[in-house]
Ligand binder design. Structure first.
Ligand SMILES: *Cc1c(COP(=O)(O)O)cnc(C)c1O
Ligand code: SF4
Length: 358
């Protein structure tokens, strides 16, 4: 018998007919949808959070393809190959992306609970032009042969779309390796399919073990957070799984001070710790979502630091082929001399502390 979360997938909203149960399409939206070949869609649950009449609804814009996806002035071709270092000398199976010595990203599926229009893995996940071989056992074998890897980040697609049995297999295989100290999942399902956090999944994730599990979800707008989200997150936390957020800074969706602050406050209200805020990556066809590089740091300065709970503050980073690079506000260090270090706060007030020699 299919459970509630499988029903959500059976009724996946990826046709004009189904979409019309949730929103009134504009003629342009309907035209794009009927002509596009791209993969698109989301769960009925997430679709129900869209505004019926507003084409600029922040959830709607993440779900519905736009004509602007064909404009590509600033996106890099073959972005994912560059980004994930798939063309470097080290021999790795397709499932393993590596930028750091001690941790890797392990891609186990290309199926998602929403095909985000801003996805930086678009070439793989949404457009499907890039074909990879998702042989999980090859990936596990590679990790077993690399004792320097202590942290495995399981990603996709959305790894929580795997069955409980497949997830248990992955987790137990990784936990057998003495060098693995932590397992992370990157999954949007707590946001787009909170029904996935079932008692069965809790059993798989929840056993006490020396190797902890961390989940990072992706939530970009306060309207994505509901009572269902709160329950799913509480369930994860109560079985010992830590929950963080990796938001993407999206033009017209979360790049104004009020929305940005509300997003981060609301995440904490449902016990999700903001981890990263990602600059929208220069993947092809997503120019219309990208802000100037400075924007994220400005928002942290103007909306978060000093303005609300410190825990609400994510690290703003740009993910590149050589790793994630922080781009945080830099207004606070005014300068230093032999005696003093001069600092500024979010209100522009200045102070100094003694400058400590080596
Ligand atoms: C993002 C990423 C990681 C994890 O980075 P953290 O800063 O530790 O969260 C690891 N490997 C790859 C290839 C990544 O893209
Ligand atoms: S859930 Fe993640 S991998 Fe899937 S489309 Fe959205 S951003 Fe891309």
């Amino acid at each position: 018998m299919a459970g509630e979360w499988q029903d959500q997938l059976i009724n996946f909203v990826n046709s004009i007919e189904r979409l019309k149960q949730y929103i009134n399409l504009t003629p342009e939206e309907e035209k794009v949808l009927s002509e596009t070949k791209t993969t698109w869609g989301t769960t009925p649950y997430f679709a129900s959070l869209m505004d019926r009449d507003d084409p600029n609804c922040p959830i709607r814009r993440q779900v519905l393809p736009s004509l602007q996806e064909h404009e590509n002035r600033f996106g890099m071709q073959d972005y994912l190959l560059w980004k994930e270092n798939r063309t470097t000398e080290e021999q790795r199976p397709d499932t393993i992306a590596r930028q750091y010595r001690d941790r890797v990203a392990f891609t186990v599926t290309q199926t998602c609970g929403i095909y985000c229009r801003h996805c930086f893995r678009k070439e793989l996940v949404v457009d499907g032009d890039l074909k990879l071989d998702f042989n999980v056992d090859d990936g596990l074998q590679w990790i077993a042969e690399h004792p320097e890897v202590r942290d495995v980040l399981i990603t996709g697609g959305d790894p929580f779309l795997l069955s409980d049995e497949q997830l248990e297999y992955l987790i137990s295989k990784l936990r057998e390796l003495p060098h693995i100290e932590m397992i992370r999942f990157g999954t949007r399902l707590p946001i787009v399919l909170p029904q996935r956090i079932t008692p069965g999944l809790k059993k798989v994730l929840g056993k006490y073990h020396r190797v902890p599990i961390w989940v990072n979800t992706q939530c970009n707008h306060p309207n994505e957070i509901t009572e269902e989200t709160a329950k799913a997150v509480f369930d994860l936390l109560s079985c010992g799984v830590n929950v963080g957020n990796q938001a993407v800074l999206l033009k017209g969706i979360n790049d104004d001070v009020d929305t940005f602050r509300e997003l981060h406050q609301k995440l904490l209200r449902v016990r999700i710790k903001p981890y990263y805020l990602f600059y929208c990556e220069p993947a092809p066809g997503i120019d219309h979502f990208r802000t100037p590089v400075e924007k994220g740091a400005e928002l942290i300065r103007d909306a978060l630091r000093g303005h609300t709970t410190g825990l609400a503050q994510p690290m703003h980073v740009i993910a590149t082929n050589i790793g994630k690079i922080p781009l945080m506000p830099d207004y606070y260090i005014i300068g230093k001399d032999d005696e003093s270090y001069y600092l500024r706060n979010h209100k522009g007030q200045e102070t100094s502390i003694p400058n400590m020699p080596e």
